[in-house]
Design a protein around this ligand. Structure first.
Ligand code: PEP
Ligand code: MN
Length: 335
């Protein structure tokens, strides 16, 4: 981190600033120019709050050289992380498809979709019991009853399950859930992230609706800083001015994040597009871009789905998609 001093900075203020930095364990490298005085901090500056430094009257500007995240940073962990979700690996060459309905509705629905996605080759079963809906009048999910149905489907199929948490007070209900999802709307629910950091459950962290990649990685850092390093990132589209699609799928996030971080990154083409017909092309594009997996919504009767029917694939369409996913992966492996 470089701290540029104001030309009229008082000697006393500068001395105090340097002293405080030394007390925090940093070495100081000074540079005195004709017009500019600055100093560089040597040490782990991820712990420094830039705004606090800027608040000092002697400081003109602060430039970060090192990223503000450490545990998620590839610099300190050059190899890809492989997250092991109860024996099912993801990342570092391990590719997984997570599939299932947007929300858990009935026992029949869960049994039927769970069997279909398993037969098609999915590695995880998804389904929401706590649903973040834009309208308070929309179906909010079956809550603990929904989790029971999801866990029944887990026992019946042997597939690990992924489901969303919205409130840390619900954590005791998630004991048998294999992978806990933090949805886009809660990406910056820092108290939730901190609680998940204290658990030993792998977390699927979706990108916020309007989050920069750095903000997304900082949210991963919250979980990791608490001691839980099993974080999988999920790009699910961001809010732009475009209205033809539900969100805009930011495929560039995959190579960018992979350069910055060692964490696995998967793509959710269902929420990213909101349109059933766009799921397949975007899923295949995500593979081309280097994704470690996919999350796809599948419903046995999309026309009657209580949530996200228009973007849900039928079991047959998902089966076709899986064939193309496998072919596309094989093709890219030969390149
Ligand atoms: C979901 O996965 O059902 C969901 C609500 O996703 P997102 O948080 O990405 O909108
Ligand atoms: Mn959904």
């Amino acid at each position: 981190m470089i701290i540029i001093l104001k030309q009229n900075a008082k000697e006393e203020q500068v001395r105090e600033l340097k002293e405080s930095m030394r007390n925090q364990g940093f070495d100081i490298h000074e540079s005195t120019g004709a017009n500019t005085n600055l100093f560089g901090l040597i040490g782990d500056t991820s712990i420094i709050d830039e705004d606090l430094v800027m608040a000092n009257d002697a400081v003109e500007a602060v430039r970060r050289i090192q990223e503000p995240y450490k545990k998620a940073n590839r610099q300190f962990h050059p190899t890809d992380s492989v997250v092991d979700v109860n024996g099912v690996k993801i990342g570092g060459g391990h590719f997984q498809v997570m599939a299932g309905p947007c929300s858990i509705e009935t026992k029949e629905q869960m049994t039927s979709v769970a069997n279909s996605v398993k037969d098609a080759g999915a590695g995880f079963l998804r389904g929401g019991a706590f649903k973040p809906r834009t309208s308070p009048y929309a179906f909010q999910g079956l809550h603990d009853e929904g989790l029971k149905l999801l866990l029944e489907a887990k026992r019946a199929t042997g597939l690990p399950v992924v489901t969303e948490i919205m409130d840390p007070r619900d954590l005791p209900l998630f004991d048998d859930v294999d992978l806990i999802q933090v949805g886009a709307r809660n990406m910056q629910n820092f108290e939730l992230l901190k609680e998940l950091g204290k658990t030993n459950k792998p977390v699927l962290l979706k990108r916020g609706l309007a989050a920069t990649m750095q903000e997304w990685l900082m949210s991963a850092e919250y979980i990791m800083a608490g001691g839980n390093e099993d974080v999988i990132l999920c790009e699910r589209g961001i809010r732009t001015y475009e209205t033809a699609v539900r969100n805009t799928l930011d495929l560039s996030a995959i190579p960018v994040i992979k350069k910055k971080s060692h964490l696995p990154v998967i793509v959710d083409p269902s929420h990213a597009t909101g349109v059933r017909d766009l799921v397949e092309p975007m899923a295949l594009a995500a593979i081309a871009a280097g994704a470690d997996g996919l999350m796809v919504e599948v419903h046995n009767n999309p026309a009657k789905a209580l949530c996200d029917g228009p973007q849900s694939l039928t079991p047959d369409a998902f089966n076709d998609l899986m064939k193309k996913v496998n072919k596309t992966r094989t093709f890219f492996e030969t390149l």
